[in-house]
Design a protein around this ligand. Structure first.
Ligand code: ZN
Length: 151
């Protein structure tokens, strides 16, 4: 975990954030401020008071296998976002909301789109079954050639 930081407070309490590379942390805070916050107001008429993640750092290969290409999580260069808690008490998870009410669907799709402008790689429930319950964001693709990979 070289050249990484731990976000302490950027306005929205976020669970399970460990070490992150600086570009990832910067994109994540921008996404929370300029993507998540306005979308919650617009589609759900509320405010996100907590973002739930499944973590950042995890020394493993892609798809959790023991061998093969190392995941961006092994470099603290990825974050998995699983749910959003609103001020009015609602909790919108990627797992239930992606095919949930029309407001939840619109909210989560807006967040996915917004992420595609800020992260190198964005994977969600439409990518594969392993991502049914979270959005995976990492910075790999943007550093390589500037073209985001967005599924
Ligand atoms: Zn991930």
């Amino acid at each position: 975990m070289i050249d990484t930081i731990k976000l302490m407070d950027f306005g929205t309490p976020t669970t399970n954030l460990g070490a992150m590379t600086c570009p990832l942390a910067s994109s994540f805070t921008d996404w929370a401020r300029y993507g998540v916050a306005p979308a919650a107001k617009h589609y759900l008429g509320s405010e996100v008071v907590k973002i739930e993640t499944m973590g950042t750092f995890n020394c493993r290969a892609v798809n959790g296998s023991r061998s093969g290409k190392l995941s961006e999580h092994a470099f603290a260069n990825a974050v998995d976002v699983s749910a959003f808690v609103l001020r009015d008490g609602r909790r919108v998870s990627v797992l239930n909301g992606w095919r949930g009410s029309s407001e939840e669907r619109a909210f989560l799709r807006r967040l996915h789109q917004s992420a595609c402008k800020r992260f190198g790689t964005v994977l969600g429930p439409d990518y594969n079954a392993a991502h049914a319950n979270h959005f995976h964001f990492d910075m790999a693709r943007s550093m390589a050639n500037g073209t985001p990979y967005c599924r």
